[in-house]
Structures are given as structure tokens and as C-alpha cells.
Design a protein around this ligand. Structure first.
Ligand code: GLC
Ligand code: CA
Length: 558
């Protein structure tokens, strides 16, 4: 594996709308981010990924871009963005923007022009089909519910949108479209970005000719996955994009990739892969159902462990996964991966260490470093997330009562991660002096950055220690490049693995509230991290406390 500048970094995701509001309009903004760079530097973050802040009607909170060359005024100006890049640089930090190129907004000029002249140049930027009465071009169900086809306004055609109807899919088969995309990427890289997080990218290659698949719900539609399974040849597009853009800048790129085929890992993230890295979604996807959120099965500690190890085994030393506990599309990890009723400071730290020490690049989502939890909702009217609103309908159609459906939504809604960042115990969690666009989680009075920064036992300071350990000159080589080898894989509610490089580290977490004994295979030399003040041991036996996690440096094997 060729060594790269980003291998030893720590990344942090900002959801701009909910991070910090500098001007009291209730919406987080870029000047707000700039004012918090020191906070991030103090934590130890190197790479910052910003969810989209381009001009957008915000139908899908910015993942619907109407101008790729402008910043949405709600988030600030282009000067603010340039200042953010240069302020980050001063702190040795890199900014990644979100690259949303499977689709744009229906308010983008291209789409407007396609409506005016569907047979002209811009019509071919999209997937358009003649409208036939009582029949759709294909029976695909969009990710956000309902058919993936809608009428192209003012014409006798329909257009494809695998996401929301305000997110028309771009036609990657058209070289002219691809040129426009590359031009935009290079324009941003010239501004000094470190790279991109690449949105929903697997969707850019459609199985051609477009056709219907076997319906998988009573609506007669089929999941987009049915089509994706059949699609081949995405590599041609991704290679071209890499060569024309990222590669020239040695940019860091991380793909939001689902549905990749196992034999393709090398192509995606091997040396000279399409991307630097891809996210590991194995844990987040676990228990998912084609029927929808209401049918999802909860994940147990044993499942969680298995998912992590499976993902690691799949990638091996081919490249680096980007490891996450949560992101803006998922519920809070501590609410999801820690058994109900057990969410506490110790268990949050355990989850943090188990995930952070995996091989790959650690990504922290805003508020994760504080142990932020899912937000309570009392009515569907409080929900903003278009995906959650659709899943609510879906659950109701499947026969769930409104209370049951609301319960499903509160477990999975993307709003859980989108509530404002909890900065302090002041009004609105210190996020804004105005009215926050989305309700703050009432637990901000005791879960907030201000309180945690000064508390040496806080989740925040535990993350800070984890980051410091990853960067320590002594252990860095092993933590970044060392192999991962599971230990006691079959033990119930216990997750343990070695990281083996020039040092041998053992990471072990007791994934339950009851104590549990382990017998170490050999003596340890140092305790590098412990989420308790002490360790109960006798010779090689350690009685782990509930949710205790240890990072031990072991004697080297001969
Ligand atoms: C990705 C984004 C998500 C968005 C979707 C459509 O999955 O992470 O937030 O809704 O793509 O752009
Ligand atoms: Ca603002």
C-alpha cells in the first residue's frame, strides 16, 4: 500500500445547518463554523467534511443543488467559504465539500432549460422519457418513496429521480454532462479544498436499457437496488473522474458507496482506486428491510461486532475504510448500538474506543464527541426529514397505528442527528440566539460541550484521548497501519481485537452492563486507555466492569 498524506488523519463531519449559528437566524452557517475551528483543533481533528452548503432550495437539506458554483446565502458567502478554507489551513486542517453529482435540484438552470427544450442540449443532461398515459417508464420506487418518475413541467415527458422529485438524476452517459461535473470539481479544488465526500455515487450508473423489475411491495414498485444489482461499468465513469480531477490534486475522496460488488474493493480503494476511501456502512445497514424502517430488526452487541469484523475482513489491507458511528442520515450511534437503557458515559466511551481503533480512517459526526443521543419526538408534525415522513406513511400503510409508526420514526429519523449541536446549557443549547430551525434535544442542559471540555471524565475528553493516542509518535504506526485481528470472536457481548504493527495492541470492550472475566493470552506492558479509574485483575485474569473498554499494549510475541 502506497502511503498517503491522509492515512493518519482524524476526520469530523459538520452538518452546517445545525452546527453553529453566527447571526441569530436559527440556521447554522459558515462564519459559525469558522468560529468553532479552535474547538475542533483542540479536539484533534484534521479533516473536516461539510455537508452541502451550495445554493439549494433545501428540499433535501442541501443535497439538492441549484448552483454548484455558489454558496447558499443562508450559509454565508463565497468569501466566507474561502476564509474557512484558509483559516483551516492555518491550523493544518483540510476542508472537504460534499460532492452531489448523481442529481441536481429541479431549480438548477440545467433542469429549467431541459423543461424549456427537452429535445435540446440540456434535455440530454437528464433521463427523460415520453409520457404514456397510465404507465410509467419503469416501476422503480424512489428512495424517498413513490415512483421515481415525474412529469417534466411544461412538456409531454417524464424525468427520472431516484431520490426526491426535486432531485432529478443527471445523465452520466452524456459526455457533456461529465465535462461540466469535472469542471466544477477542479474549480473547487483550485480553491484549496482537501477533497470531497462523494454522495450516493453508486447510483450514477444505471442498468441500460432502463426496465422494470419484479415488484417487492404492494405498490407494484421495486427498489432501486434491483436495478443497481444489474448495473455494470460504473468503473469507466469513476476512473475518468479520478484522472480528470482528484488525482491531479492528490485530493482525499471518500465515497458514499452502497451495493458495491465484493470483487470491486480493489478498484474502489486499492492503490490508485477510484476513491481514497469508502465508508463502512455494514453496521448501519444491519437489520434493514426492503419493506421499510418499520420492519427493521434491532442490532445486538454480537451483531455489531460481527458487522465490524466482516467489513474489516472484506477490505483487509487493500485500502482504508472510513469508520463511522453515525452521520447525518443515521440515528445517533449511542442510541442505536448500545442496548436500550444502558446508554451512559461508560458505554458511550466503550463504543467510541471499539470503533475508533478499527483499521481505517475515523470519522466523528458533530456531537458524537459529546455522546449526543436521539431526540424525542411527540408528534409527526415535529419531523422535518423527508425520508422519515415517507417512512411514517409507509408504516401506517402497513397497518401500524400512528403511535407505533411514530415510535419507528423516532428510532430511525435522520432528524436525530440533525438537531442543533449542543454547545452549552444556555438557551437553545448555545446554538443560536434566534429560533433554531429544528428543535434542540432537551438533554442539552446536561449534555453539552461547555460542561464536557472542563470535565476530565467526559465523553469529549475520552475522544480527545483516543485522537491523541492515534497521533502519538510511539503508537501511531500500529494504530494507522497495523493489521486487525479479532480475538474471542465467539464470546457473547465481548468485542476484542488486536492491532498488530511494530507494537501489539489489544482493544477489548465488555459490551454489557454485567461484569465479565477475560484471561489475557499474555501479559500486558501498558494500559493506554481505560474508561474506568482502575482495573480489576489477578495475574492474567481481568474482571471487566460493565461497559469497560481497555486499550492495552501487549508484550511482543516472539
Ligand atoms: C446521500 C446523503 C443523503 C441524501 C441522499 C441524496 O445518501 O447522505 O443525506 O438525502 O444522498 O442526495
Ligand atoms: Ca445563521
Amino acid at each position: 500500500m502506497t502511503r498517503k498524506w491522509w492515512h493518519d488523519k482524524v476526520a469530523y463531519q459538520i452538518y452546517p445547518k445545525s452546527f453553529y449559528d453566527s447571526n441569530g437566524d436559527g440556521i447554522g452557517d459558515i462564519p459559525g463554523i469558522i468560529s468553532k475551528l479552535d474547538y475542533l483543533q483542540n479536539l484533534g481533528v484534521d479533516i473536516i467534511w461539510l455537508s452541502p452548503c451550495y445554493q439549494s432550495p433545501l428540499a433535501d437539506q442541501g443535497y439538492d443543488i441549484s448552483d454548484y458554483y455558489n454558496i447558499d446565502p443562508r450559509f454565508g458567502t463565497m468569501e466566507d467559504m474561502e476564509q474557512l478554507i484558509s483559516e483551516a489551513k492555518k491550523r493544518n486542517m483540510y476542508i472537504l465539500m460534499d460532492l452531489v453529482i448523481n442529481h441536481c435540484s429541479d431549480e438548477h438552470e440545467w433542469f429549467q432549460k431541459a423543461c424549456q427544450d427537452p429535445d435540446g442540449k440540456y434535455g440530454n443532461f437528464f433521463y427523460l422519457r415520453d409520457k404514456k398515459e397510465g404507465e410509467l417508464p419503469t416501476n422503480w420506487r424512489s428512495y424517498f418513496g413513490g415512483p421515481a418518475w415525474d412529469d417534466l413541467p411544461g412538456t409531454d415527458k417524464q424525468y427520472l429521480h431516484v431520490f426526491h422529485k426535486k432531485q432529478p438524476d443527471l445523465n452520466w452517459e452524456n459526455p457533456e454532462l461529465r465535462e461540466e461535473v469535472y469542471k466544477n470539481i477542479n474549480w473547487w479544488l483550485d480553491k484549496g479544498l482537501g477533497g470531497f465526500r462523494i454522495d450516493a455515487i453508486i447510483n450514477i450508473k444505471k442498468a441500460l436499457p432502463l426496465r422494470s423489475y419484479a415488484p417487492d411491495r404492494e405498490d407494484g414498485l421495486c427498489s432501486i437496488h434491483s436495478m443497481l444489482q444489474e448495473a455494470t461499468g460504473i468503473g469507466t465513469f469513476l476512473e475518468e473522474m479520478r484522472d480528470r480531477t482528484f488525482q491531479k490534486y492528490d485530493a482525499f475522496t471518500v465515497g458514499e458507496v452502497f451495493d458495491e460488488k465484493p470483487e470491486e474493493i480493489q478498484d474502489f480503494i486499492g492503490d490508485n482506486g477510484y476513491f481514497s476511501s469508502i465508508f463502512d456502512f455494514n453496521e448501519a445497514l444491519f437489520g434493514g428491510s426492503e419493506k421499510g424502517w418499520y420492519d427493521a430488526k434491532p442490532i445486538t452487541p454480537d451483531d455489531y461486532k460481527k458487522c465490524c469484523f466482516e467489513a474489516q475482513a472484506k477490505v483487509k489491507n487493500i485500502g482504508f475504510l472510513s469508520n463511522i458511528i453515525e452521520n447525518h442520515d443515521e440515528p445517533r450511534g449511542v442510541s442505536r448500538y448500545i442496548p436500550e437503557g444502558d446508554c451512559c458515559i461508560e458505554s458511550k466511551k466503550m463504543l467510541a474506543a471499539l470503533n475508533f481503533m478499527l483499521r481505517g480512517l475515523p470519522f466523528i459526526y458533530q456531537g458524537q464527541e459529546l455522546g449526543m443521543e436521539n431526540a424525542p419526538i411527540s408528534s409527526i408534525d415535529e419531523v422535518d426529514d423527508i425520508s422519515a415522513l415517507n417512512e411514517y406513511e409507509n408504516a401506517r400503510n402497513a397497518g401500524l397505528s400512528s403511535a407505533e409508526a411514530l415510535n419507528v420514526i423516532s428510532r430511525f429519523s435522520r432528524d436525530n442527528a440533525r438537531t442543533p449541536m449542543q454547545w452549552s446549557d444556555e438557551a437553545n443549547a448555545g446554538f443560536t440566539t434566534g429560533t433554531p430551525w429544528l428543535k434542540v434535544n432537551p438533554n442539552y442542559v446536561f449534555i453539552n460541550a461547555k460542561a464536557q471540555i472542563t470535565d476530565s471524565d467526559s465523553v469529549f475528553n475520552f475522544y480527545k484521548q483516543l485522537i491523541a493516542l492515534r497521533k502519538s509518535p510511539v503508537y501511531k504506526e500500529t494504530i494507522v497501519y497495523g493489521e486487525l485481528e479479532p480475538l474471542w470472536a465467539e464470546r457473547h457481548n465481548l468485542m476484542a481485537y488486536y492491532r498488530k504493527g511494530d507494537k501489539t495492541l489489544l482493544v477489548v470492550g465488555n459490551y454489557q452492563k454485567e461484569e465479565q472475566d477475560i484471561v489475557l493470552p499474555a501479559a500486558y506492558k501498558n494500559i493506554l486507555l481505560n474508561n474506568y479509574a482502575d482495573i480489576a485483575e489477578e495475574n492474567l485474569t481481568i474482571r471487566l466492569y460493565g461497559y469497560q473498554v481497555l486499550i492495552l499494549e501487549m508484550e511482543r510475541e516472539s
